[in-house]
Design a protein around this ligand. Structure first.
Ligand SMILES: [Zn+2]
Length: 330
């Protein structure tokens, strides 16, 4: 039995056929965790789909109407990079509901892990890059609407920049000061990456990603860490820690939303970073420990993962649960 809940439903399967996105992965992660004796059925929470009102907290009425009536233009369908169907739309409404439930439980229990979600490439008025709805933004806006939180921080560790999330929350106010030099016990990585600051609203968005990768246009997050090709475990972890420490100096969130993409893995088909399985596990532990040490409730979602061997993607995603157990036990 885990010291927190996992949010999952059998219907998380995305009906997209044979695709680089392994749509059966949610079921496989759940099965792996059960087979390894890491979780029992009692650890699972089953979400309901988001309501249209929830979805409309983030997405435009026009886009929602097009999704529900199957009237996306040919270009809009192409941009999704997954085949449109009514079932696909229903799966995304369900996954958005899953992220809402995950946020609620994280606020109640300190931590909750969603075995789905993390669709960070969806914008208010269109979807792209396999992402139809931005479940992260929907969950945050719903928690704000319910008065459960005022401010949230997203920590997006998918190999691809969280362009949709950055654009959705990038509508505000004052720029903040440049990050400090390497100090305070942080060791500078050998090779340069660069940090770029955007603006602070009520949601502080952090994205660590490979610079030379999709999306070509990267709307500014509150904090972008643009990593060079081939960034390894130690370099990545140093940047992640620096980003988290720096962000917390600027902003105190009521909820941390961790996007635990599996695609910074060195054998990923759509990624060009060089993290190992162990490095990704240490990444997860670092984020959870940061949340715990600073008493910030944390929810984690999946996101991308396109390893040459599907079992590696499943293992990386399952390891996020193991990392959370390690940090939050007792
Ligand atoms: Zn990705």
């Amino acid at each position: 039995m885990l010291p927190f809940k996992l949010v999952y439903r059998e219907e998380y399967y995305l009906p997209i056929g044979d695709h680089v996105f392994p749509s059966a992965k949610y079921r496989l992660i759940q099965r792996y965790l059960a087979d390894q004796g890491i979780m029992t059925p009692d650890d699972l929470l089953s979400p309901d789909p988001a309501t249209d009102d929830d979805v409309l907290l983030v997405h435009t009425p026009m886009y929602v109407h097009k999704l529900k009536t199957g009237t996306l233009s040919a270009r809009e369908e192409l941009e999704l990079e997954v085949p449109y169907s009514k079932e696909l739309v229903e799966a995304f409404w369900l996954q958005a509901g899953g992220s809402i439930l995950t946020a609620e439980r994280a606020l109640q229990d300190r931590v909750c892990v969603h075995l789905g979600g993390g669709f960070h490439h969806a914008f208010t008025d269109h979807g792209e890059g396999f992402c139809v709805l931005n479940d992260l933004a929907i969950a945050i806006r719903r928690m704000q609407k319910d008065g459960r939180i005022v401010r949230a921080m997203t920590v997006d560790c998918d190999v691809h920049q969280g362009n949709g999330t950055a654009a959705i929350f990038g509508n505000a106010q004052e720029p903040f000061p440049p990050p400090p030099a390497w100090s305070a016990g942080l060791t500078a990585p050998r090779r340069p990456a660069h940090m770029k600051q955007g603006q602070i609203g009520d949601v502080f968005t952090i994205s660590l990603h490979q610079e030379n990768n999709y999306p070509a246009w990267k709307p500014p997050s509150s904090l972008d860490v643009n990593l060079p090709d081939g960034t390894n475990d130690d370099e990545y972890l140093a940047w992640l820690e620096k980003a988290l420490v720096y962000a917390l100096e600027q902003f105190e969130p009521d909820l941390l939303v961790y996007v635990a993409g599996a695609d910074p893995y060195r054998e990923d088909q759509l990624g060009g970073l060089a993290l190992t399985l162990d490095g990704l596990l240490r990444r997860d532990e670092l984020v959870f420990r940061f949340a715990r040490n600073n008493s910030i409730p944390v929810m984690a979602t999946r996101a991308g993962g396109y390893a040459l061997r599907l079992e590696d993607t499943i293992r990386i995603h399952a390891n996020t649960v193991i990392a959370a157990r390690q940090v939050f036990k007792g």
